[in-house]
Design a protein around this ligand. Structure first.
Ligand code: 2AM
Ligand code: CA
Ligand code: CA
Ligand code: CA
Length: 266
């Protein structure tokens, strides 16, 4: 039997320590490289943070698996056993340009089921955490179940990319939603947008491309509070591949799917 209490204690300790290491890096020079395109950034701090988690986890839990964005651990082919899904820095562009609005995200899954989620907004010193079945917290404050809201009163996390010409979705789908919603926001860190839904600061988050480490922790939080997390086609997410992504308060999820995304041809 897994001692989740103990796993949770270690994970919290390590994520805080990782945050301290990241903060220290602000006063140092670090190398910034690009990955898939010129806006897709990675730094040696992303890699160093992922390596830090791998070392710690392997020391205490040699039989756990690790799926990290920077791919510094051995390949994970399936979700059998216990898998730590880690984004060492989510919002690397914010980290590089703004030194704020980035977070460390850890989702811990057992045979594909999310058990523990941690999202640490390092600069704000806000740790969002969930243990499945035991509620979601921001630091010591327990977060409330999500309250239904209509599109007209909703704030939706949406990047301007998806309402301009792009290769993944015709702007005709999401621009009417942009007009009808009370407002849209784009924070540049997917895991933080999910933490904001959990905290009731935002009502939905839509994007056309996300990887498991971006949402592994936030998905557990949003679902624990009664929200829905699916692909933009309302399918269950595949935790091993990239997906389109739609997280929302429950009734708002239905409303957006029905009014704006029916028969989507993207
Ligand atoms: P990252 O900073 O860890 O790469 C930016 O809008 C959000 O989308 C961030 O959470 C970012 O995570 C994520 N993202 C996912 N895939 C990306 C990609 N190929 N390029 C840039 N950001 C990506
Ligand atoms: Ca990245
Ligand atoms: Ca990410
Ligand atoms: Ca990242």
């Amino acid at each position: 039997m897994t001692n989740w209490e103990e796993v949770d204690t270690y994970a919290k300790r390590w994520i805080k320590e990782a945050g301290e290491r990241i903060k220290k890096s602000f006063s140092e020079d670090f190398v910034v490289e690009t990955k898939s395109n010129k806006n897709d950034l990675v730094t040696e701090i992303d890699k160093g943070t992922e390596q830090y988690f791998i070392t710690k986890i392997k020391e205490v839990y040699p039989d756990h698996h690790i799926l990290g964005e920077e791919g510094m651990s051995s390949r994970v082919e399936n979700l059998e056993g216990i898998v730590w899904i880690i984004d060492p820095i989510d919002g690397t562009m914010n980290f590089v340009h703004m030194q704020r609005d980035f977070a460390v995200s850890i989702g811990i899954y057992e045979n594909g089921v999310g058990q523990i989620g941690l999202i640490y907004d390092v600069v704000a010193d806000e740790l969002y955490h969930v243990k499945k079945g035991h509620g979601v917290y921001m630091n010591e404050t327990k977060l409330k179940p999500l309250v239904p809201v209509k599109v007209e009163e909703a704030i939706i996390g949406l990047n301007a990319t998806w309402v301009t010409e792009n290769k993944r979705i015709d702007p005709k789908y999401l621009s009417p939603l942009t007009k009808d919603a009370r407002g849209t926001r784009s924070f540049g860190s997917a895991c933080l947008e999910l933490a904001y839904i959990a905290a009731g600061r935002m009502d939905a988050y839509i994007t056309l491309r996300l990887s498991p480490w971006d949402y592994a922790a936030g998905k557990i939080m949003v679902e624990e509070l009664g929200g829905k997390v699916t692909s933009l086609r309302n399918e269950e997410l595949d935790m091993l591949t990239q997906n389109s992504f739609f997280a929302s308060k429950p009734e708002l999820h239905e409303e957006i799917l029905q009014k704006y995304l029916q028969n989507g041809q993207w």
